[in-house]
Design a protein around this ligand. Structure first.
Ligand code: SAM
Ligand code: SF4
Ligand code: SF4
Length: 378
């Protein structure tokens, strides 16, 4: 590791084994945390590895050749992930998002998708299954993912200009291949395709209008472009407030060229504020985690690659769910589904996280180092 590297490994292990309550009721799907927020959305990181080195996520100087990614034995198996997802569904989770790292680097991912696509909510409804990818392997994999039961996909793309994009992914990856991946996703029949663009002031803000123009003119309502404020996730991306382009300003810039009108949120807890083009050419989303925090109805949990459960994107500590999935109770029996579900219920019931709100209010407690995004997933 280079001299400027802050070791991360210790951080990855700050996760107590969850308490298994002895007297918990069966999951009712009506779980609420200390702020009355239900549990609806589970993001699952299937690998901590990535073939890109976006500076806002896995800067090259830190995630270099010597960086130690998790060993294969630490990763949750597909069976363990599916079991966990089933227990989360019993508690009310309706939506699963596979992420990473770069999820398409995980071998045989379509097998996991098949297994997750077979899960049902307590009412017998299939879970809403989606995936976020950098798109680099999508031309090869889109059809297999769709055949396995993937319904939706989000592709990250930060610029149309090839030089800017190559600089941002920092591995010289060309825009054209990601655009081809988006076309492949549509051709494979995925019913919703979104594109995520992280906007950094001074880096790719000049790409906002070309991106908006490209996606509305070429695809109309078939592709929704979402702009994400550069966030202070993790501890290595050198985040500075003056590099955040507030969504309100971005909305004004687009509106001057393509008239926009606000849309209602489709579901409570939705991260993106939705705007439609007044000429009917589809919609955009604005994800304003820095300037307009949405902790009030945050219903998301995150499962790391090695099975640690995080209740907030900005958490410092997780809960070692893998220890329950692989471990034994005091009398030597493997923990049952009912016991693990009870432990999950207790963890969520005690949740009080609202990092972004506290950041906005300037009342963040001085704290431990936060986990990295490639590890718990975006
Ligand atoms: N590798 C996949 C990808 O890039 O789509 C999935 C994982 S990535 C961590 C998930 C999302 O988080 C991506 O859309 C990425 O742009 C976004 N992201 C990563 N770091 C971010 C940051 N500092 N601020 C805002 N968004 C970020
Ligand atoms: Fe990789 Fe995605 Fe992070 Fe970029 S944002 S480094 S593609 S995990
Ligand atoms: Fe949810 Fe944490 Fe983000 Fe707030 S800061 S919206 S609690 S993930």
């Amino acid at each position: 590791m280079g001299d400027n590297v802050i070791p991360l490994a210790d951080l990855r292990y700050l996760a107590p084994v969850p308490v298994v309550p002895t007297d918990a009721a069966a999951p009712s799907g009506l779980l609420a945390d200390l702020r009355g927020r239900p549990l609806r959305d589970l993001r699952i990181s299937v690998t901590d590895r990535c073939n890109f080195r976006c500076s806002y996520c896995m800067p090259k100087e830190v995630f270099d050749r010597d960086y130690q990614f998790l060993p294969q034995s630490s990763l949750l198996s597909f069976e363990e992930i599916t079991r966990a997802a089933r227990l989360f569904a019993a508690h009310g989770v309706q939506k699963l998002r596979l992420t990473g790292g770069e999820p398409l680097l995980r071998k045989h991912l379509e097998r996991l998708i098949e297994m997750l696509a077979a899960l049902r909510t307590p009412d017998g409804v299939p879970l809403d299954l989606t995936l976020t990818t950098n798109g680099s392997l999508l031309t090869r994999k889109a059809q297999a993912l769709a055949n396995a039961g993937l319904q939706r996909i989000t592709v990250s793309l930060d610029a149309l200009d090839d030089a800017i994009f190559r600089r941002m992914n920092d591995v010289d990856f060309p825009v054209a291949d990601v655009l081809a991946g988006i076309d492949a996703a549509l051709a494979a029949g995925l019913r919703s395709v979104k594109v995520n663009m992280v906007v950094k002031r001074g880096t790719n803000e000049q790409e906002v209008l070309p991106m908006a123009r490209h996606f509305r003119d070429r695809y109309g309502p078939a592709v929704t472009l979402r702009f994400i404020e550069f966030m202070d996730v993790g501890a290595t991306n050198g985040w500075r407030m003056d590099e955040v382009l507030p969504s309100a300003e971005l909305q004004r810039r687009i509106h001057e060229v393509f008239a926009l009108a606000p849309l209602q949120a489709a579901q409570p807890g939705e991260t993106a504020e939705r705007w439609r083009y007044q000429d009917g050419r589809g919609e955009i989303g604005l994800i304003s985690s820095v300037t307009q925090p949405f902790c009030g109805d945050c219903n998301r949990a995150r499962l790391s690659t090695e099975g640690k459960l995080y209740l907030c994107l900005f958490a410092s500590r997780g809960h070692d769910l893998r220890a329950l999935l692989r471990g034994q109770g005091p009398d030597g029996h493997a923990w049952t589904d009912a016991e693990i579900a009870a432990a999950l219920g207790l963890i969520w019931a005690q949740r009080d996280d609202r990092y972004s709100e506290l950041r906005s209010a300037g009342t963040l407690p001085a704290g431990e180092r936060r986990v990295e995004m490639h590890y718990i997933g975006g």
